[in-house]
Design a protein around this ligand. Sequence first.
Ligand code: GDP
Ligand code: IMO
Ligand code: MG
Length: 423
Amino acid sequence: MAVDLLLGLQWGDEGKGKIVDVLTANYNIIARFQGGPNAGHTLEFDGIKHVLRTIPSGIFHDESINVIGNGVVIDPVVFAKELEGLDQFNLDYKTKLIISRKAHVILPTHRLLDAASEASKGKAKIGSTLKGIGPTYMDKTGRNGIRVGDLELSDWKEKYRALANKHEAMIAFYNVDVQYDLEEMEAEFFESIKVLKSLQFIDSEEYLYQAQKAGKTILAEGAQGSLLDIDFGTYPFVTSSNTTAAGACTGLGVAPNQIGDVYGIFKAYTTRVGSGPFPTELFDKVGEDMAIIGNEVGAVTGRARRCGWLDLVALKYACQVNGVTKLMMMKGDVLSGFKTLKICTAYKYKGETITHFPYNVEPENLEPIYTDFKGWKEDLTQMTDKSQFPKELNDYIAFLEKELEIPIHVVSVGPDRKQTIYM
Ligand code: GDP
Ligand code: IMO
Ligand code: MG
């Protein structure tokens, strides 16, 4: 069986957690392929709201196996807390949750380095979630990292000490005010390692290969979004991994010719949290209303998310880079009541009109060109079938399908599992 992918097409928080949870009914295995605790994937069902960080969003289904792939970076401290938060659900993690030996470990000093690096940047800071993501991937590519499989070796603490000492020297080099008590952080870290080690570590590429051969269905779950991709995102205001489809191949060891459907998920408008350019950002009452109605507050950091109109130029680019086969439009319900809706269909870029996503999307070079759409008044949140959709929503959807040349497979009309309409 081919491996299907689900990934975000914007700057993250598109609603990946919700949709993976919904789709898990159709899959035997859910596998996270990149990112780490910078992610916050929200699921809602039976009146419960839950935010997952490193654990795949299939964890609440009895039948599914959840794999944390080699491309993920794991903070044992956050991970242990995440498991604790799941205690009330009586899930059998020992069999349901398995971890790649090749996944890298986030150390307490990686988090400190993240803070020192951001502090040293001043106004130019990335707006990182400060979870140690960048420094951990730097150690991975710099060939210094500690991997989950290392924790099974007797000498891993020596390797840890050497790396932590090096990190402390680097933190001092930044010469910024980062206060910390490493002894206290380490005590918590080593306790959490015990929790991590109580789970099954596997050679996940082999596991997934055999599962595929045996006809198991696999869904790869992305974190962040395509515009935060280290190569294709709005660099340097990006995360440190490949969030796009190719990241699933390297982050799980799945061959490119084994990829089936690529589900691309986007909000009916756009949000971004942290710094960096955002061509369609709104600074007026409309943007404020979107943030309030959409409850646009970061699931990890609690920061307000910046809001703006849907950017079709950026969305096309993301569909192209990922080879999206099916689209999922989230949070359509949030747009109910806006008199006019706008979609950015081109950019005025250095005096020219362009329809591709250029190298530089900083506001001084670029101005969005919009097409207006009549809004709808109807509340979508109670709708259960597409036949109930207002004409204006159908027009909005039809326009996107025509422009993107990809069908919209799902329209989500609320945060709950049940508020999901198949087209
Ligand atoms: P993720 O990181 O892509 O999993 O997305 P987040 O969980 O960070 O943010 C999405 C937010 O929107 C969460 O609070 C979800 O509960 C919520 N959500 C998801 N789909 C919908 C929807 O269709 N309508 C509304 N109103 N909220 C939604
Ligand atoms: P999910 O999976 C939204 C953003 C941060 C910052 C930049 C770099 O929930 O969609 P990092 O911590 O990786 O060094 O931060 O990326 N960012 C996210 N924004 N959703 C996320 O994940 C994000 N993960 C990182 O705000 O701008
Ligand atoms: Mg999120």
